[in-house]
Design a protein around this ligand. Sequence first.
Ligand code: ITT
Length: 199
Amino acid sequence: MVEMKRILFLTSNEGKLREAKHALEPWGYEIVSIVGGTNKVQLVEVQARDLVTVALSKIEQAESYVENAHQIDGVMVEDAGFFIDAHPNFPGVYSAHILESLGLEGILRLMRGRRERGAEFQSTIVLQIESERFVAQGSCRGRLSEEIRGDGGFGYDPLFIPEDGDGRTFAEMSIDEKKALSHRGHAMARLVTLLEDRG
Ligand code: ITT
């Protein structure tokens, strides 16, 4: 039996962790994390306009966590963002902060009466194995729903209807359905291709 490679995913977001495990474990990558207690992951998000810069800065901060982790083959970070067409670059790199301060209801209020409801999720994943770095990106176009729908997923999912779907929000889909359409699903698939090409 081929041994699973152990990847430490540095994230404080359990939804992202769940989806990373779901996407990568079938390919032979065991995803481990640091959760809770004094070991909680505290990555500083640099002020930058793009996800790649933020993700690369997160991987630079990974060293101290890797030193304390056991039998790790690689370390991974991801920066994701939600982008609303009607408000260029917003919330973008500030997605976590805006969701925390406005909540889903606040986002809906901001969009009340707006006909232009296009939106996009983006994801940038950086995986470091020894001195090799893999950067994989994915995006997903869609629109903001008129109301909060579904109790699956996490974050902005109850507001987002992907354009290649059937009208349900991400929060109304199974983890498999979301993976097939989502920014993270696409970025993870790209990452798997990069790893397979590496051999
Ligand atoms: P890290 O510890 O990994 O940085 P985070 O929650 O800060 O976790 P991001 O900066 O990558 O993660 O995400 C920005 C925000 O976008 C945050 O509020 C997430 O909950 C939300 N988000 C990311 N991916 C999402 C997805 O697939 N569906 C819904 N919301 C998502």
